[in-house]
Design a protein around this ligand. Structure first.
Ligand code: AHM
Ligand code: MG
Length: 326
């Protein structure tokens, strides 16, 4: 890999608003810092649960909270960032009096944190929208209003993937210099796939369309699809989406009889929407099973939704199964 395009060079080569560039650079810094916190978690006693007392009698903070603090500390420097909506914070955090065109940042500071104790991949997810009018404190906009979305994957290497609505680009954090360099330009989801991702331990709770789809995949050559499917489940949505962007696949976290009252498991504004934007800009599709994720008008900042996203042909098939069963 000889391309040494840095994140800054990439962001400044188009006509992005400089204030959006500042914010994206701050997000990249927060992710770099969180990657270090994750890697050093065991030394700092941060892999345990919040407010546990370590052997020195010191209070520990979980990485979820530390990661949230890093986003908040670093991104608050962005001059046109008006508000933060974080998975870790119940209320919206206002940083300034909102003016038209100011930015709103929605984020899950550390997604998949059940993977921390076992040293597997975790990530951060973010979406950016804009204030519609001076003084407007509404943060509940549909996903079509996202001006930018991205994630950082803390795996064997730290990779930042983002889209401003045009292409999807991936940047790997160089271990020596700490800068993010373009390593995955113009990422595309392959349209055909034979790999699915779902927590199959919930099989007994699934609705008929999801059951039908997965049962057909598992039936392999003998079943209706007449071909073999592979299954992966990392319990880290970021890792899952990165795999799908790299080699195709479909990811499902549906609403089922065990989570229906909550609306599903994953959160619309800082998990489903940004991943939907990334996947769609990369040529894939994102649906609840009944309609596009990004068309949902949110009812609250922490709303949960059913999520089906990935290779277009598989998502379309799942939508078809839902429509037929309706
Ligand atoms: P979190 O935000 O509490 O980490 O939960 C979100 C995660 C996703 O990353 C992942 O897809 C899913 O929850 C895993 O759920 P499960 O525990 O059912 O495997
Ligand atoms: Mg999460």
């Amino acid at each position: 890999m000889t391309d040494t395009t840095t994140l800054r060079r990439y962001l400044t080569k188009g006509d992005l608003d400089p204030n959006l560039i500042f914010l994206l650079e701050d997000i990249a810094s927060a992710c770099r810092s969180i990657a270090n916190l994750v890697r050093n978690g065991a030394f700092e006693g941060n892999l345990g649960s919040a407010n546990a007392i370590n052997v020195q009698g010191e209070t520990q903070k979980t990485l979820d909270i530390l990661a949230n603090d890093e986003f908040e500390r670093i991104c608050s420097n962005s001059p046109r960032l008006a508000a933060l909506v974080s998975e870790e914070v119940e209320e919206v955090t206002w940083l300034k009096e909102p003016e038209e065109g100011d930015y709103l940042l929605y984020f899950d500071p550390l997604d998949g944190s059940s993977n921390l104790d076992v040293n597997l991949s975790v990530g951060s997810i973010f979406a950016i929208m804009q204030v519609q009018a001076d003084g407007d404190r509404n943060v509940l906009h549909d996903g079509q209003r996202q001006v930018c979305a991205g994630y950082a994957l803390y795996g064997p290497s730290t990779i930042l993937v983002l889209t401003d609505g045009s292409e999807v680009a991936g940047f790997t954090c160089h271990q020596g210099t700490g800068d993010f360099r373009l390593t995955h330009p113009d990422m595309k989801v392959p349209s055909e796939t034979s790999e699915f991702a779902i927590n199959t331990s919930r099989h007994r709770y699934w609705d008929a369309p999801v059951r039908r789809y997965v049962d057909e995949c598992v039936a392999g050559e003998e079943g209706a699809r007449q071909r073999a499917f592979n299954m992966r489940w990392t319990a880290s949505m970021v890792a899952e989406i990165h795999r799908i962007l790299t080699r195709g696949g479909v990811f499902l976290y549906p609403a089922d009889s065990n989570n229906r009252d909550a609306g599903g498991k994953l959160r619309l504004m800082y998990e489903a929407n940004p991943m939907a934007m990334i996947i769609e800009r990369a040529g894939g599709a994102a649906s609840t099973g009944f309609g596009p994720i990004m068309d949902i008008q949110p009812s609250g900042p922490h709303q949960r939704v059913p999520v089906i996203l990935g290779s277009r042909s598989e998502v379309e098939r799942l939508v078809e199964y839902h429509t037929e069963a309706d």
